[in-house]
Design a protein around this ligand. Structure first.
Ligand code: UDP
Ligand code: MG
Length: 313
């Protein structure tokens, strides 16, 4: 049995060697399972690629793919899946936050017949602000999307061959892995593990990129936000109609008070202006997505790799 470990790396010079050692340390005892590691360098600007090549020279189990620039974690995950050949493919982060010891339980889950085995972390040791935003995201996302996302289940998962093939078959440019993993279906098992704090380097996601991730996640999975705009618009229209009727009767009954209200005018302008701007923004979000999809660009460009292409084989 061959198990592929797929890891995206972006500016992980402080962790890549340790990650590789931790994997080998964990799997050295396994005798009846073969491992291959697929390391994807997502256009790192530090020494990650050099260190990766040193590892490749030492360890024949390691395949590497290096992008010509930073294409983002989603593209790196796709590249890893496309180059993995194992019958089970494990996706994990390259910053030691995903303990390799969980992989054994994942393999166990696969042997029990599950197609997706997800690791769910506790939120121990995380800043309160991070927890708050993450929880808020899951609440909003689960209300707005047709798929279910579980808090604490990140991209640390194992997939059977058919699940990987299903994931690769989704060719959309705007990829939102958490949604894709849920969308493909299949029997899923969840394993709990203790939250690990990042041991070296810094997170590659800041508030801005997390916001982008959240918007991307919600809009790339369905058109419910569009419907929401329409509903809010209809609600406002109904309110405005009631207001006009009320004003009309107020005028009929007390024509002497008919000094038109400055406040209500301003209020209406601001309210409707705001709603319209939000709605246009949501529309723009989707049009932007369509724009990228119709271009049909590749998800990533490979600059270097030690994997032979199909023609070379
Ligand atoms: N990563 C990547 N490309 C990016 C950003 C991140 O390949 O543009 C990788 C990163 O090297 C790490 C994983 O994705 O292996 C998760 O990133 P990070 O630990 O910064 O995210 P967090 O754990 O803070 O959510
Ligand atoms: Mg991390």
């Amino acid at each position: 049995m061959l198990v592929s470990i797929v890891i995206p790396f972006y500016n992980e010079e402080e962790s890549i060697v340790k990650t590789h050692e931790a994997l080998n340390h964990e799997f050295v005892k396994e005798s009846d399972i073969n491992f291959e590691y697929v390391f994807v360098n997502d256009g790192s600007r530090d020494r990650t690629l050099d260190l990766m090549k040193e590892i490749v020279a030492r360890d024949p189990k390691v395949k590497f793919v290096s992008f010509s620039r930073n294409f983002g974690k989603e593209a790196a995950i796709l590249a890893g899946f496309e180059h993995a050949t194992g019958e089970l493919v494990v996706l994990m982060d390259g910053d030691l936050q995903h303990p390799p010891s969980v992989v054994r339980q994942m393999i166990q889950g696969y042997l029990e017949g599950y197609d997706i085995i997800s690791a769910k972390r506790t939120r121990d040791g995380e800043s309160r602000q991070q927890t708050f935003f993450a929880k808020a995201f899951y609440r909003v996302a689960n209300n707005l999307m047709d798929i279910r996302l579980v808090d604490g289940v990140s991209d640390f998962r194992a997939f059977s061959r058919r699940a990987v093939d299903a994931i690769i078959s989704l060719r959309e440019y705007n990829r939102f892995s958490k949604g894709i993993f849920s969308w493909i279906g299949f029997k899923e098992k969840t394993i709990e593990y203790q939250n690990q704090l990042r041991q070296a380097g810094t997170t590659k996601f800041n508030f801005k990129s997390s916001m982008n991730y959240a918007i991307q996640g919600i809009t790339s999975f369905n058109d419910r936000p569009l419907r929401l705009c329409v509903n809010v618009g209809l609600g406002c229209l109904a309110l405005a109609a009631l207001y006009v009727i009320w004003q009309f009767f107020a005028y009929i009954l007390h024509p002497e008070d008919a000094v038109s209200g400055y406040f209500t005018t301003i209020f209406a302008v601001v309210l409707f202006g705001g709603i319209q701007l939000i709605s246009i923004g949501v529309l723009g979000e989707y049009i932007g997505k369509i724009y990228y999809e119709v271009k049909q660009r590749p998800h990533y460009i490979i600059e270097q790799t030690n994997i032979k292409s199909d023609q070379e084989k």
